[in-house]
Design a protein around this ligand. Structure first.
Ligand SMILES: [Zn+2]
Length: 267
């Protein structure tokens, strides 16, 4: 089985004693730097969102290239990890969350991975793979880490943080956490027919939920301190996913028929 892991910078992956082969993969959207790890006969492709330059402003991440690379390498399942802000006071800093739904408030990202050769009307009713979500839940239980499931992620452009009024709106609409990177990759991977799940670390309460303003130094230190739990659950879940294989999961198996421009046959 071939899996992909999009690792947030909070995951140092220093505990992984596995030889990694660095590859540059050309795609129609640009080159992607990835590391191939071979674990018990399975290939795992590790990607950092900033790829060569990290950190990178969220709107400049070449998400289309990363997702296209996974498709080219015949990756069937991708696990994303991310750092999020909490829209609920009961989801405190340090909580690990598994995403089930998203609400897209981004407005400056490419809407689709397809280009002028066509597009797909893609079903997005359940954007995250149930098999990946089940593996995350099982992994958390096995290593005794608390995991909040059925989480709704609100995607915004960033890099600025939200206003207190925006946070109130997102919360009223049913959002649980907010972040800058998660929506585009969920859309493109589903468009490509790749199973995808996402695991998040709550690093701060969003604006207005806390008396203090948001302090990046505090968040940075927090990410370093609590990234370990995120990493443990992610790696355990990947092990479980390779054990069960991904062939039987059809969650992303019918991403819609390619809609070609009507004039394409008349050329
Ligand atoms: Zn699936």
């Amino acid at each position: 089985m071939t899996l992909g892991l999009i690792a947030t910078s909070s995951m140092g992956l220093d505990s992984l004693d596995i030889e990694r082969e660095t590859l540059y993969v050309p795609t129609r959207w640009g080159d992607v730097l990835t590391q191939r790890m071979r674990v018990d006969g399975d290939d795992i492709y590790l990607v950092r969102r900033g790829s060569i330059r990290h950190p990178l402003e969220p709107g400049l991440i070449n998400t289309r290239a990363i997702c296209a690379m996974f498709a080219q390498l015949d990756v069937r399942t991708v696990l994303s990890t991310c750092v999020v802000g909490s829209l609920r006071r009961d989801l405190q800093e340090g909580t690990i969350v598994s995403l089930q739904q998203f609400i897209d408030f981004t407005s400056h990202r490419p809407r689709t991975i397809f280009a002028d050769d066509g597009f797909r009307f893609t079903d997005m009713s359940e954007p995250y793979c149930p098999q990946v979500q089940a593996s995350l839940q099982k992994a958390a239980i096995e290593i005794d880490v608390d995991l909040e499931t059925a989480i709704c992620y609100v995607g915004v452009d960033g890099p600025r943080y939200e206003t207190a009024a925006e946070v109130r709106i997102y919360s009223l609409l049913g959002g649980d956490v907010v972040g800058h990177t998660g929506v585009a990759e969920a859309i493109y991977l589903r468009e490509l027919g790749i199973c995808h799940g996402a695991l998040g670390l709550v690093a701060n309460l969003a604006a207005g939920l806390n008396a203090d303003s948001i302090d990046n130094e505090v968040i940075g230190a927090f990410r370093q301190e609590h990234g370990e739990h995120l990493e443990q659950v992610a790696l355990k879940a990947i092990g479980l996913l390779t054990d069960i294989g991904g062939d039987e999961c059809q969650c992303a198996g019918a991403p819609g028929a390619l809609q070609s421009p009507p004039w394409i046959d008349a050329r």
